[in-house]
Ligand binder design. Structure first.
Ligand SMILES: [Ca+2]
Ligand SMILES: [Ca+2]
Ligand SMILES: [Ca+2]
Ligand SMILES: [Ca+2]
Length: 442
């Protein structure tokens, strides 16, 4: 919790040195890897500071049913947030940085699976009613490991590291966890896999043919000729809830099939080849998303309840590096000029990035604006010492660091400031975007 520059910002030569050392002289460059979510709150799309840019960013995101996970940039630590009904949010030491980190992660329905970096061993945690959180020996390190993993609603599929064979486990009511010979090693292996609600899809290694299995009630397990090898093949595949999507080889066009009640199986012109093509694709419950080639735009389609298929403007304007469509929401990570409090200052320029504070007053110069800093003794928490420091200043002029909502200079410490301190009691100051990448203030 140390920012070498923060306490020194009033010592001008030291400030210049700090700017030179930290690269802060070019603060307008958007952070790469910032995680942003949107859609229904039930999907818990709001990411934690560990990956939202306040104190870290991400290299992978995965949107599950009502929880989400990411891999933190730099550390490789698995970070999860949202609902914890079955413990799906509590990352094990094997991948959270304590005794290992994660190379890949996938959030399902009340459970999560990850591939441990270095070893390739699969770890799962959370709900295990169908054995979906118990990876088999073929990928858990006993007799094999994995290079790719995809958690569906109640079943999981992975590609075995040494063979490329598809291995699935968990619920198998529709045969969704029983991969066919074309990709299970008998007659072929897989280059990409995706587990959906009750079906799964893979791309056969070598041929590029899309192969699906499991529930086919809506034709979701019957890939069309454009990607099944008859008239075309695919480079990526995504299994959703009752529908599937793929990116066609050569053209880059997004192609979907299966249930289309909300238009989720009808990719728009931006990615279907008419106006643009897709670099990545992800299928959720009732909507799907892709990253457009060239622009890096996040493009979503299908059911738009709670705006899950409508990326915020600043995501549109930025560059999406990765996208994941969940049950009720969407997550991306990428390079975005985020201004989450709408005060006109991008997060990385904003010393209180969740409070609109155009003036950016920061009386004690700790990079934590007065608007979110009641930690007067700079011990990292708003507590009794801060309250006792505040109390005698009530009604006075000239104690600008106690002015959290008034205009300074000349502010009078008043009731609104008292209310602010009370509300902040027990919390940490910030978050400040101007310390992003190093630490949250102080
Ligand atoms: Ca702002
Ligand atoms: Ca602000
Ligand atoms: Ca401050
Ligand atoms: Ca304090």
């Amino acid at each position: 919790m140390t920012n070498p520059c923060a306490p020194l910002t009033r010592a001008f030569p030291t400030l210049l040195l700090c700017l030179a050392l930290t690269g802060a002289a070019d603060p307008a460059a958007a952070l790469t890897g910032v995680v942003i979510g949107w859609g229904s709150g039930s999907g818990k799309p709001t990411p934690p500071y560990d990956v939202n840019g306040a104190s870290g960013t991400a290299t992978t995101v995965t949107a599950g049913y009502v929880h989400n996970c990411a891999i933190q940039a730099g550390t490789g630590n698995a970070v999860c947030w949202g609902n914890n009904f079955k413990g799906q949010r509590v990352t094990p030491d094997a991948v959270n940085g304590v005794s290992g980190t994660a190379a890949d992660i996938s959030a399902g329905h009340w459970y999560t699976c990850a591939i441990q970096a270095g070893t390739g061993e699969v770890f799962c945690w959370g709900g295990n009613v169908y054995g979906q959180a118990t990876p088999p020996d073929a990928v858990n390190g006993v007799s094999g490991t994995a290079t790719d993993i995809s958690a569906g609603d109640f079943h999981v599929c992975a590609t075995q590291a040494s063979t490329g064979d598809v291995v699935c486990w968990g619920q198998d009511i529709f045969g969704e966890a029983t991969p066919p010979d074309a990709v299970n090693g008998v007659a072929g292996a897989a280059a990409d896999i995706s587990a959906g609600y009750a079906h799964s899809c893979a791309i056969q290694a070598g041929s590029g043919n899309v192969v699906c299995w499991g529930d086919n009630s809506d034709g979701e397990a019957t890939p069309p000729d454009s990607v099944n090898g008859v008239a075309g093949t695919a480079t990526a595949v995504a299994a959703g809830s009752g529908f599937s999507c793929a990116i066609q080889s050569g053209t880059g066009s997004a192609v979907c099939w299966g249930y289309d009640g909300s238009g989720q199986a009808t990719p728009p012109d931006e990615v279907n080849g008419v106006l643009g093509t897709a670099a990545q694709i992800s299928a959720g419950d009732l909507h799907a998303c892709a990253v457009q080639v060239g622009t890096g735009s996040a493009i979503c389609w299908g059911y738009d309840g709670s705006g899950r298929a409508t990326p915020p403007d600043f995501v549109d304007a930025g560059t999406t590096a990765g996208i994941s469509a969940g049950a009720f929401h969407t997550l991306v990570f990428g390079e975005f000029a985020v201004d989450r409090d709408g005060d006109g200052l991008e997060d990385q320029l904003d010393n209180c990035m969740e409070v609109a504070n155009v003036a950016q007053d920061d009386t004690d110069g700790d990079d934590c604006g007065n608007a979110c800093d009641a930690d007067y003794n700079n011990d990292g928490v708003v507590g009794h010492p801060d309250f006792f420091e505040f109390a005698p200043t009530f009604g006075t002029v000239g104690n600008e660091d106690k002015c959290h909502s008034g205009l300074i200079p000349g502010c009078i410490v008043g009731f609104s400031d008292f209310g602010f301190v009370v509300a902040a009691f027990g919390s940490t100051p910030g978050p400040s975007g101007t310390t992003a990448g190093t630490t949250a203030c102080p």
